[in-house]
Design a binder for this molecule. Structure first.
Ligand code: IPE
Ligand code: IPE
Ligand code: MG
Length: 251
């Protein structure tokens, strides 16, 4: 079994509300504990050499939740940005956002943008928060951008390549997720990174997000390390490729 660490880990952090309900607490308590899990998992990914950690924190569709829950989540986000600023900068982490950041209220958008700017040159790990994010919305946005380029005569519709399209995604220039984790027992994608997860290994765990920790992350990594990624080829082809690579590195 290879000990390969996934370069890009994406997490659908689900189950905060159910975690709180099971303890007779308001949903926001679950979100608060979820923020602690974010800190634990960020630290653990950084320590293991993950290059990109993308966290689904608030979907485009989550705006449909009751106003008091949305407000509580935005306040928590502000607390997170303020509270984690030092840790992010000290650990050479670049904070970035995927999604329609302009939809976030100014009181959180401003400090978030400031920290994105402050951390823009850090190269230890990318921490990408998906906020007001939807996969279909991201795809549409990219379609519009590529169509506009075609309309300006910069490229012909028939010449549009995957790379032209990927350049318009929030994840432009990053490797696709190697591992996608969803907590809390649901086995669905909920409009997350639809284009990027074409060949991603999926890992679903019943653990609620507020209980997710370093040991659970290692369990997910072990699952990942046990998979053979074939990308459409045969197992034998992949093994042969592995042998060639191993020979190259011992030369
Ligand atoms: C995930 O937990 C956090 C957000 C979607 C903001 P949920 O709030 O979805 O928790 P459940 O799924 O209701 O338990
Ligand atoms: C997905 O969780 C979004 C986040 C984790 C931020 P949801 O709880 O919103 O997903 P559904 O509604 O159960 O599919
Ligand atoms: Mg949920």
């Amino acid at each position: 079994m290879s000990e390969k660490i996934p370069r890009h880990v994406a997490i659908i952090m689900d189950g905060n509300g159910r975690w709180a309900r099971a303890r007779d607490q308001p949903r926001v308590k679950g979100h608060e504990q979820g923020a602690e899990a974010v800190n634990r998992v960020t630290r653990a990914c950084r320590a293991r050499g993950v290059e990109v950690l993308t966290l689904y924190a608030f979907s485009e569709q989550n705006w449909r939740r009751p106003a008091d829950e949305v407000t509580a989540l935005m306040r928590l986000l502000l607390r997170y940005v303020r509270g984690q600023r030092r840790e992010i900068l000290d650990n050479n982490i670049r904070l970035t956002v995927l999604g329609d950041i302009d939809k976030l209220p100014l009181f959180v958008r401003a400090p978030l943008k400031a920290l994105m700017k402050e951390s823009a040159h850090n190269d230890g790990m990318i921490l990408a928060l998906a906020l007001s994010y939807g996969g279909r919305e991201e795809l549409l946005r990219a379609v519009r951008a590529v169509a506009a380029r075609a309309q300006r005569g910069e490229l012909r519709a028939a010449d549009i390549m995957e790379a032209d399209f990927e350049a318009e995604l929030f994840t432009a220039g990053w490797p696709d997720p190697d591992l996608l984790i969803r907590t809390s027992g649901e086995a669905r994608i909920s409009n997350f990174l639809l284009w990027q997860i074409a060949y991603t290994e999926l890992y679903f765990t019943p653990i609620a997000w507020p209980d997710f920790d370093e040991a659970e992350l290692d369990r997910a990594f072990e699952h990942y390390q046990g998979r053979q990624r074939r990308f459409g080829m045969t197992g034998a082809q992949i093994e042969a490729e592995g042998l060639i690579k191993a020979e190259e590195t011992t030369l």
